[in-house]
Write a protein that binds this ligand. Structure first.
Ligand SMILES: Nc1ncnc2c1ncn2[C@@H]1O[C@H](COP(=O)(O)OP(=O)(O)O)[C@@H](O)[C@H]1O
Ligand SMILES: [Mg+2]
Length: 349
């Protein structure tokens, strides 16, 4: 038994709720062995009160299986969730030109659908430019990470160096997702505490290479978690997704105010599920009401980047892991995504 062996043992201890171990998460500060005594020091950043105890118990159990270890001393230092710097030049991610977050006040409005279709559209738009655009998509939605399924890329990311993950690649898009690392069965309460750290690792320990645009699928909501996420990543701007109901305006506005607090510009509003078009006569049926996107963009004093119709091809594309802009490049929804992508590029330049 020696200090290296202690570290080996700790590599078998998973962070509660994750399929990754505490060593690879970078939480082990000290691991030593002397005269039958194992000394372990862990640094955590979490506001989850049960977490240190749970982790201590897991570590003691793992060490307890070795007879040579007669005594264990596991110290866990908990820092309160750090206040991260706001977006500034210092914490830019090298090689990445523009970072744009896709946000919404509530779930189910089509945030992920917009994120993947925008990513594919931007990448396709780039094909007509002298140098193609390189696009990445980072899925930070811990509660419903759906980007891997939407892009049909669910394999585990490769570790290319001790601490560096390679992003998956699909339709020319580089992607990384909480869904590729989180254990599906893990209870949501355990996910929260690790989010910030994981997001930082997504930014710093993923080999994104050179990117023109990195899109971020944020978790829905307008609370503290989203705020710290927005602060953790050096965002250049955000797109707010909403639905046509008038009731959606308040939620979207709350989300927008959050970005104002951290000086992240709002690039525009996208209204999704705007209407259903009758294929016989082209008549538009506004089944979810109308005006939500328009009103939101007026309130926020930004552009309405586009209105995406309800289209069964959108959902089907998602189910098969082929974004609609690729499977049905000329349907109404795909044309709307194209318009949104080019307006977005205008806004950010
Ligand atoms: N324009 C659309 N037409 C038809 N179905 C859509 C459209 N936008 C989204 N959906 C479907 O609605 C559901 C929720 O969309 P999703 O992008 O996962 O929302 P969010 O990420 O905001 O939770 C998905 O099943 C998706 O396929
Ligand atoms: Mg989603």
């Amino acid at each position: 038994m020696n200090s290296e062996k202690i570290l080996e043992i700790l590599k078998k201890v998973n962070y509660p709720g994750f399929s990754r171990d505490i060593v690879s998460f970078g939480l082990v500060n000290e691991a030593e062995f002397e005269d039958g005594k194992a000394l372990v020091k862990i640094n955590l950043t979490s506001s989850e009160p049960q977490l240190p105890l749970q982790l201590k118990k897991q570590i003691e159990e793992a060490l307890g299986q070795y007879e040579e270890i007669v005594q264990t001393d596991v110290g866990i230092t908990v820092k309160k969730e750090a206040s991260f710097p706001t977006s500034s030049d210092e914490n830019r991610i090298s090689g990445i030109d523009k970072i744009i977050a896709i946000a919404s006040g509530k779930g189910g409005v089509g945030k992920s659908t917009l994120a993947v279709n925008l990513a594919c559209t931007l990448s396709r738009l780039g094909e007509t430019l002298p140098t193609p655009l390189k696009i990445g998509l980072m899925d930070c939605d811990v509660y419903g990470p759906s980007v891997p399924l939407l892009l049909g890329s669910t394999e585990r990311p490769q570790l290319i160096d001790e601490n560096i993950l390679a992003p998956n690649e699909s339709f020319g898009i580089k992607l990384m997702s909480m869904g590729l690392l989180i254990d599906e069965e893990s209870p949501v309460v355990w996910r929260g505490p690790m989010v910030m750290k994981t997001i930082q690792q997504f930014a710093n320990n993923v080999e994104w290479g050179e990117l023109d645009y990195l899109l971020i699928d944020l978790p829905p909501g307008t609370g503290d978690a989203q705020l710290s996420l927005a602060q953790t990543l050096p965002l250049d701007g955000t797109v707010i997704v909403t639905t046509p109901q008038k009731a959606a305006v308040d939620v979207a506005r709350r989300g927008a105010r959050m970005f104002e607090k951290v000086n992240v510009p709002i690039l525009g509003v996208v209204e999704n599920m705007s209407f259903l078009e009758n294929p016989e006569n082209g008549e538009k049926n506004f089944i979810f009401g109308r005006g939500g996107g328009e009103k939101t963009s007026q309130d926020l004093n930004v552009r309405l980047l586009g209105q995406v119709p309800l289209d069964p091809n959108v959902r089907e594309g998602g189910d098969h892991g082929i974004p609609v802009v690729i499977s049905h490049a000329n349907c109404g929804a795909s044309l709307a995504f194209k318009e949104i992508a080019s307006k977005l590029m205008e806004e950010i330049e």
